[in-house]
Design a protein around this ligand. Structure first.
Ligand code: FMN
Length: 416
């Protein structure tokens, strides 16, 4: 089951150059579990073939307001039979027409007739996007609850200039679509997720690090944000894009920097998920110059001995704060053996509210973009087992298991 399992998506294509990406988007939406029907404007049909879209979606593509199928009115049926409309690319023209309630083709008529949420993905050249009329249309639609906008990306555009206006890639659109459809039961919850490794410098070019990629933490941040939480992501050095909906990202490098960032954020936090793989040790001394393998005379130098010092225990430090009980603390235990026993011991030792025990060092789970398997253990001894799943889905299941306790915190914050 994917992020959009069993959801019925109506994908509307405006006539922008990014329409050529639509077949890939349809395929990815279907991979995410959605049923996809496509409606395209006449201009869109100049950029992408109807046939490709029919083949990848598995349904006829709508492009004619005046066609009837067994005397049914196509645009009202399409509008009624969808859970979400995605407009990608949303051209300046399409946005303008919708803003003004115009409906002169199948696409605009369907949008006017639909009662579902609409995810709008503007894609156009930077000058068009910057045009005050376009901005005014976007601002007006944004003010209506039904329309959610996905910010266009910055990049090299078809017109040859680099700037904002690029249609985001399918994974971003899928995240945004899942977020639009998700229950907002965590609205009001201020959450922090730490993710990724830390790097402890040896000299200006070398460091002690670990295999963490940040994938799990980023997925949890996305899942929390999709349910309405205000999420700050504190990330070690990773090469991942900030998930859709995450309010703020703070990039850090060392364990000391991570502790400093979390300490600063702590006073306004209800929930901290500490997924980061923080180094336990750092070099006792950081060399200001690159350590050479030859000595001054050019001979091979003796291999240096690296003295190590403990890094701060971030969870323990935060758990020792006087206002500790205000914050729900979720720790993570990545172990290679006796996973649950070590996790329970860590929960008690660090004074956590819950811990996710997962297995590393086995092919199907652990570091990297693959799957995860784990057990969530609460302080009261209750636990939830999670079957093997891709990390995105694992994160949704984990947040769902935490939600009853988190909604309580969200309500408390809302009334504070
Ligand atoms: C080569 C080419 C590329 C275009 N790319 C875009 C674009 O990326 N975004 C946009 O808003 N309009 C773009 N346009 C202009 C639209 O195609 C034009 O405004 C059209 O009327 C849009 O119709 P629609 O909104 O019904 O699809 C482009 C036009 C051409 C000829």
């Amino acid at each position: 089951m994917g992020l959009l399992a069993t959801r019925r998506i109506l994908l509307g294509l405006g006539g922008g150059i990014a329409a050529y990406k639509a077949p890939e988007l349809v395929r990815r939406l279907r991979d995410a579990g959605a049923e996809v029907r496509v409606v395209m404007s006449a201009a869109a049909a100049r950029f992408v073939s109807k046939l490709s879209l029919e083949v990848v979606s598995g349904f006829p593509v709508g492009d004619d307001l005046w066609s009837t199928d067994d005397a049914r009115i196509v645009h009202t049926d399409l509008a009624r039979d969808s859970d979400l409309v995605i407009l990608a690319p949303a051209t300046a023209d399409l946005i303008g027409k919708i803003r003004h309630g115009l409906a002169d083709d199948l696409l605009t008529t369907t949008v006017m007739a639909a009662k579902t949420p609409v995810l709008v993905c503007p894609a156009m050249n930077t000058e068009m996007l910057d045009n005050p009329l376009v901005q005014d249309n976007i601002a007006h639609l944004r003010s209506l609850a039904r329309y959610t906008f996905l910010e266009p990306g910055v990049g090299l555009l078809a017109c040859g200039i680099t700037g904002p206006g690029r249609q985001p890639d399918p994974p971003e659109i899928i995240e945004a679509a899942a977020a639009v459809l998700a229950d907002k039961d965590l609205r009001g919850l201020a959450a922090i997720v730490s993710a990724g490794p830390t790097r402890e410098p040896i000299d200006p070019v070398r460091f002690i690090g670990n295999h963490s990629t940040g994938t799990m933490g980023f997925a949890i941040a996305r899942a929390l944000a999709a349910r309405g939480a205000t999420v700050t992501l504190v990330a070690g050095p990773v090469s991942l894009r900030t998930p859709v909906g995450v309010a703020r990202r703070v990039d850090v490098e060392t364990a000391d920097e991570m502790l400093a960032a979390l300490t600063e954020l702590w006073p306004s936090t209800d929930f901290l998920a500490m997924t980061a793989a923080v180094a336990d040790y750092r070099p006792a001394q950081r060399s200001q110059e690159k350590i050479k393998k030859t000595d001054a005379s050019g001979d091979s130098a003796m291999p240096p001995t690296l003295a190590l010092a403990r890094t701060p225990d971030i969870l323990k430090t935060l758990a020792a704060r006087p206002d500790r009980s205000r914050v729900m603390l979720l720790g993570f235990a990545a172990e290679t053996h006796d996973v649950i026993d070590y996790a329970k011991a860590k929960l008690v030792d660090k004074d956590l509210d819950a811990i996710l025990a997962n297995r590393v060092g086995v092919p199907e789970s652990g570091f990297g973009p693959g799957d995860n398997i784990g057990t969530l253990v609460f302080r009261d001894g209750t636990f939830v087992e999670f079957a093997r799943a891709p990390k995105e889905l694992f994160a949704d299941a984990l947040v769902a298991a935490l939600a009853p306790r988190l909604t309580h915190l969200a309500r408390r914050s809302a009334h504070a």
